[in-house]
Design a binder for this molecule. Structure first.
Ligand code: AP5
Length: 222
């Protein structure tokens, strides 16, 4: 199954993406995580990526599309994938459609996880991320068992460098201008599923699981 996760910063894409990838045994491909790994390199490309991320701007489409295309060619993505944070622009959505048409494949579900701005700001203010395995926590809604230590791998938890309030405001504005319009693109294709991401974690999980299960049932019957 091929799933795309759309939604503003802090809506819960990473949280749901990691969980459903685990359940479906397909890779969770987060472009944000891929860029955070690449930006540590000592290369001209890393300097360029840092300059965009640190300003809350999108990395240019040419770099992003090439990175995703390379990742989708890996063996583990042959049986399906969860794309978290891609596509984010109209050009990226078209590039993904082209890639999939060449493989006679398609997006099965595009989840649009939404939440009001106040909820997003609270979520981002309390988020902790594992420096090793990238697992996501929240100081109130999903605290780690040991303070600032990852339950899954034992590495240190940290805050993300793009969570300064100014940068968050910029990320929200860029999302509204460049990514919101592509929600209609997936609605027109007929694979959009709206999720109310402001509900408690277990309720959001149930909504997502029900949509995935109903799609599995349809493809089994079909
Ligand atoms: P990226 O890392 O993708 O950031 P983002 O889209 O801004 O989203 P976040 O990761 O901040 O939020 P999320 O929706 O995953 O929420 P989470 O699950 O963590 O991208 C970062 C940067 O990379 C971009 O700004 C850009 O520069 C670049 N980039 C990435 N992709 C790109 C692309 N395609 N093109 C160009 N540039 C790109 O949850 C947030 C918190 O809330 C957590 O603490 C979690 O525990 C908690 N939480 C989640 N759900 C619930 C719930 N239901 N109830 C209570 N708490 C919850």
């Amino acid at each position: 199954m091929n799933i795309v996760l759309l939604g503003p910063p802090g809506a819960g894409k990473g949280t749901q993406g990691a969980r459903i990838a685990d359940r479906l045994a397909v890779p969770h491909i987060s472009t944000g995580d891929l860029f955070r790994a690449m930006r540590r390199d000592n290369t001209a490309l890393a300097v360029q990526i840092r300059s965009y991320m640190d300003r809350g701007m999108y990395v240019p489409d040419e770099i992003t599309v090439q990175m995703v295309e390379n990742r989708l060619m890996k063996e583990d993505a042959r049986r399906g994938w969860i794309l978290d944070g891609f596509p984010r622009t109209h050009a990226q959505a078209i590039a993904l459609q082209d890639m999939l048409q060449r493989r006679r494949s398609r997006v099965d579900i595009a989840f649009h996880i939404s939440a009001p701005t106040g909820v997003l700001l609270d979520r981002l203010a309390g988020r902790l991320v594992c420096s090793g395995c990238t697992a996501i926590y929240h100081v109130i809604s999903k605290p780690p068992r040991r303070e600032m230590v990852c339950d899954q791998c034992g590495d240190a938890l940290q805050r993300r460098s793009d969570e300064d309030p100014e940068i968050v405001r910029q990320r929200l504005a860029v999302y509204a201008a460049q990514t919101e319009p592509i929600i209609d693109f997936y609605r027109a294709i007929g694979c959009l599923v709206e999720i109310n991401g402001s509900l408690p974690l277990e309720v959001v999980e149930r909504q997502v699981d029900e949509a995935v299960l109903s799609r599995v049932a349809i493809s089994t019957v079909g």
